[in-house]
Design a protein around this ligand. Structure first.
Ligand SMILES: Cc1cc2nc3c(=O)[nH]c(=O)nc-3n(C[C@H](O)[C@H](O)[C@H](O)COP(=O)(O)OP(=O)(O)OC[C@H]3O[C@@H](n4cnc5c(N)ncnc54)[C@H](O)[C@@H]3O)c2cc1C
Length: 492
């Protein structure tokens, strides 16, 4: 393969404020946007994974151009406008212990975090009955349903199985074939008797993956929990589901989108917006990446997004079947967030955290999204999996009515009368296709798992789905960007 000469790039390049060397033809004038540009590496996607990879490659002295389809950075990290000039978390929201890489990046970007409001009782709505429960007992965030002993036995078994799943390579687990041959649903039905335990296991799959337990490989779910830790702290289900000491422990002052926004700004004009990549052509001289308004030639390309969305790009020559077929078998979850804005977080005065779990209605879990000083109340409801699918195609007014009906059942009449509402429907987002993450149905990991990360010639893969620890989370996205930057730097 003829390599793009780095000396030639340096000879014609201009040093940006961020220290990135870009070729003269990559300067961001209107005329240049349509001209071919060159760089050592093209990164497709300015989500956390792509931006982290860009940061590290620039720091290593590589020239980089980032092509982003949207008009903003952050991808699944998004500040949802509330109509009054403020925003709330429309996508990713929480950060917790052992999420070391997003923690470090957040600190580097000068963004503060604060504890999720977690004082008082949670609401549990099941079989038409509303009850309240404490979350500081041994059950943590698990509501005390009738099936709780049954559930604890099942969780104990799951905890044992999780220990046998190698983080980052679940297909190498000794029982990988057996566990990948069944869904979490079939396992939970064979390992519990009570409807309460079964409902709570379904709720676990729904609240963490926004998928029905019928759709998720048992092996995938075990790995998701094994990955909820770091190199020195094994992952656990508790860390996934808990607020205190768990993945929902803290939020970001000013919103998590401040992290990608500041990171993208620090990279300067090497990040190009409104540039959806349509095709990637591999030739003897490297790769040619064709986006709307810009074509970039480079030695290597990093595709930094979920496998399902990466599968929409046209690759020439065609990708190896293992990778191409992986992208057909890694669907995104179905999810929306429904927001109510109130003068005060009135549920706090009622002794409630604002957190809930429900078995019916359009919303199956809620959180208190109010600002850190509690100067107004913001209630966030997850419309997960089947709930949002039922509302697919429904007008906004219908989704709003369904959301408010759920809020009323969970938090009373005041909750049904917000001064403003907002809705973020991820399934309708062209450049995300759902959320929070791509998941593996039965059979996918054992047959195609290694293709998640394995480069295809000069094409490398990033995105939270490729991460070992905290796959599915912002931390996983950052880890994947750091991993791919090392991989590409070594290959150049
Ligand atoms: C509702 C919701 C709640 C969540 N809650 C949390 C949470 O509380 N905590 C947490 O840690 N994580 C959470 N997540 C998950 C988190 O948002 C993701 O794990 C993370 O942001 C993924 O980053 P990424 O870079 O891998 O992918 P993305 O953010 O998807 O970035 C991919 C980028 O590629 C762009 N793109 C796609 N196709 C093209 C193309 N053809 N050409 C150019 N650009 C393209 C996209 O526009 C996007 O900007 C949540 C996600 C959602 C949706």
């Amino acid at each position: 393969m003829t390599r793009v000469s780095r000396r030639r790039l340096l000879g014609t390049g201009a040093l940006t404020a961020a220290g990135a060397v870009v070729s003269a033809s990559a300067a961001p004038s209107a005329a240049a946007r349509t001209a071919p540009a060159t760089a050592d590496v093209v990164i497709v996607g300015a989500g956390l994974s792509g931006l982290t990879a860009a940061r590290d490659l620039v720091a290593a002295g590589r020239s980089v151009i980032v092509l982003e389809a949207r008009d903003r950075p952050g991808g699944r990290v998004y500040g949802l406008p509330l109509g009054d000039g403020t925003t709330t978390e429309g996508g990713a929201e929480f950060i917790g212990p052992t999420q070391d890489r997003i923690t470090a990046l957040t600190r580097d970007m000068g963004v503060e975090t604060f504890k999720t409001y977690n004082t008082g009782k949670n609401v549990y709505y099941r079989n038409g009955t509303r009850s309240l429960y404490e979350t500081d007992g041994i059950l943590g965030a698990v509501p005390p349903d009738w099936g709780v002993i049954d559930l604890q036995i099942a969780l104990f078994k799951l905890g044992d199985m999780i220990k046998d799943v190698p983080v980052g390579e679940p297909w190498k687990a000794p029982k990988a074939e057996e566990w990948d041959a069944q869904t979490f649903y079939t396992w939970s039905r064979s390992n519990s008797l009570s409807s309460g335990a079964r409902f709570l296991m379904d709720a676990f799959a729904s609240s963490t993956l926004s998928m029905r337990s019928q759709e998720v490989s048992l092996l995938y779910l075990l790995h998701y929990a094994a990955a909820a830790g770091n190199e020195s702290t094994p992952g656990t289900i508790d860390r996934l589901i808990n607020t205190k000491d768990g993945a929902q422990e803290s939020r970001f002052a000013g919103g998590p989108e401040q992290v990608p926004i500041r990171l993208a700004a620090s990279l300067g004009d090497i990040v190009r917006y409104n540039a959806p990549v349509r095709s990637i052509v591999t030739g003897s001289g490297g790769v040619t990446v064709n986006a709307d308004g810009i074509t970039v030639s480079a030695e290597r390309v990093v595709v930094a997004m979920s496998p399902a969305i990466a599968g929409r790009i046209d690759y020439s020559p065609a990708l190896p079947a293992s990778r191409a077929q992986l992208t057909q078998r890694y669907p995104m979850g179905s999810i929306a967030k429904f927001i109510g804005v109130y003068d005060t977080p009135f549920w706090r005065a009622d002794g409630l955290t604002g957190q809930s779990i429900a078995d019916s209605g359009a919303i199956d879990a809620t959180f208190d999204n109010s600002p850190p000083d509690g100067s107004r109340g913001i209630l966030m409801g997850f419309m997960n999996q089947a709930n949002i699918r039922k509302l697919d195609g429904a007008p906004e007014s219908e989704v709003r009515a369904a959301g408010l009906d759920s809020f009323r059942k969970l938090f009373g009449d005041k909750a049904a009368a917000p001064r403003a509402t907002a809705i973020q429907r991820w399934d309708n987002e062209t450049w995300s296709g759902g959320g929070p993450t791509g998941i593996a149905p039965p059979g996918a990991l054992t047959a195609f798992g290694p293709a998640l990360r394995a480069p295809c010639g000069p094409i490398h893969w990033a995105g939270t789905e490729t991460s070992d620890y905290w796959t599915g989370y912002m931390d996983g996205a950052v880890r994947s960007g750091e991993r791919v930057a090392k991989e590409v730097h070594a290959a150049l």
